[in-house]
Design a protein around this ligand. Structure first.
Ligand code: FCB
Length: 448
């Protein structure tokens, strides 16, 4: 008998994203995406890796669904490659691209696996980048056009929809730090991009309702709990500001129809005065069916007047924590605190953990198994905290483990392994890791 029992109907899922697994980057009419351009540009990705082939999922999806079925995964979150559908970003849809996602979706359904679609997981058509990308407000209309096409084709068979994945990461890493596609480094641009991503979400939700799609729709920001490095008032204030910038910047427009004042003030002090129309905010704050979020770690923040933002991560605190291969601290209580905060500050929304998992180096042992004890422990500890929050009244509906299989980890290439299924990149052979077998038991028992 498991001691930790999850609610009946809890969604046990796993997640991937198109560019990270599909490969077939120039097949069947797919257009170029900003990630093709970025990864084909030397110096951007570790070891010069690209998503050209990735896990070859485009050709191997049948085998992959078989493995999902073997693990017992109840729901599979995947993203659609926009340039597969609209190679030019807009205009004529590519039937072969649509057909691929129909085949994939139907096969999932035949196997009793609930499809959960992410509309945008970072692979903007390059043609739209050429017109200014997410900095260009028109991109929000192109996104609506693309969403409408997908809703038309898959709306009647897909019950769970996510508009945007991690707008903060697109804005910060893609347009301020320049370490993700499209590699821009400009604060003002990053903030305009951020607003347009949120606006595009609003436009997609509006369409979804107008088209009477019989499913549920939400968004998936990346969120982590921020703790002050000490109880000094300046550390506490710095922590509030950093949380406003990273998290409330997305949550407040969605739930309150406004951007957080302290963050607006912060940008104003940097010479960037932002104002947003009420119409935009109204679109963004339309009711969602759930809030999904991706969570991996937590932050400890200290006041630091010498840093550009006025605060930094408290290295001296986190140096003693266990870290994953990404250098992210393992701090499961942070998931609990985050769930409680969302529940308290944003009106008890339905919540879905749309990504959680850990990168660790794996080895195939002599018995042929992949004994990834650390990953299993991580998952167990995070799920324990998720369960604790449910016990305390949080409306957590599901959990998507990142990731179903090892894949292209953006700027790190294939060097970071998040999968519960190992992928041999030479042979494309898949092998379920011990963590995958553990997850299988969890799903079977609805707990552990
Ligand atoms: C998230 C991304 C996902 C994956 C994980 C590790 O930021 O949404 O694609 O790369 O991190």
């Amino acid at each position: 008998m498991p001691t930790i029992n999850f609610p009946k109907d809890f969604i046990w899922g796993s997640a991937t994203a198109a560019y990270q697994i599909e490969g077939a980057y120039n097949e069947d009419g797919r257009g170029e995406s900003i990630w093709d351009r970025f990864s084909h540009t030397p110096g951007n990705i570790e070891n010069g890796h690209t998503g050209d082939i990735a896990c070859d999922h485009y050709h191997r999806y049948e085998e992959d669904i078989k493995i999902m079925k073997e693990i017992g995964i109840k729901s599979y979150r995947f993203s659609i490659s926009w340039p597969r559908i609209f190679p030019e970003g807009t205009g004529q849809p590519n039937q072969k691209g649509l057909d691929f996602y129909k085949r994939l979706t139907n096969l999932l359904l035949e196997n009793g696996i609930t499809p959960a679609i992410t509309l945008y997981h970072w692979d903007l058509p390059q043609k739209l980048q050429d017109k200014g990308g997410w900095k260009n407000r028109d991109t929000t209309d192109y996104f609506a056009e693309y969403s409408e096409e997908i809703f038309k084709n898959l709306g009647d068979i897909v019950p769970i929809w996510i508009t945007q994945n991690e707008p903060r990461v697109v804005s910060l890493l893609g347009h301020f730090l320049g370490i993700h596609a499209p590699g821009i480094k400009d604060l003002r641009t990053s903030l305009e991009v951020s607003h347009h991503l949120m606006l595009s979400h609003g436009k997609a939700v509006k369409l979804f309702r107008e088209m009477n799609i019989n499913g549920q729709i939400g968004i998936a920001p990346n969120l982590s709990y921020h703790y002050p490095a000490s109880q000094k008032p300046e550390d506490i204030a710095a922590t509030e500001l950093s949380f406003s910038i990273d998290a409330r910047w997305y949550l407040d427009p969605l739930f309150k129809g406004s951007y957080p004042e302290d963050a607006l003030e912060h940008y104003k002090n940097k010479g960037i005065e932002l104002s947003f129309s009420q119409d935009d905010l109204k679109l963004i704050s339309q009711p969602m069916d759930f809030l999904a979020f991706n969570n991996y770690s937590s932050s400890f923040i200290k006041y630091d007047p010498t840093s550009e933002s006025g605060y930094t991560g408290a290295d001296s605190i986190v140096e003693n924590f266990e870290k994953t291969d990404m250098g992210w601290i393992v701090y499961p209580e942070g998931l609990y605190d985050l769930l409680m905060l969302l529940d308290r500050d944003y009106g008890k929304p339905n919540l879905i953990i749309s990504e959680n998992g850990a990168a660790f180096k794996d080895e195939i042992s002599s018995n042929g198994r992949i004994e990834d004890i650390k990953r299993t422990q991580y998952l167990k500890d995070y799920l324990t905290q998720a369960h604790r929050a449910i016990q305390d009244g949080v409306n957590l509906k599901g959990y998507y483990l990142w990731s179903f299989m090892d894949n292209f980890e953006w700027a790190y290439g294939y060097n970071k392994k998040f999968g519960i299924v190992h992928v041999d990149l030479e042979t494309q052979e898949r092998k379920i890791k011990d963590s995958g077998y553990w997850y299988k038991e969890v799903i079977k028992n609805n707990g552990f």
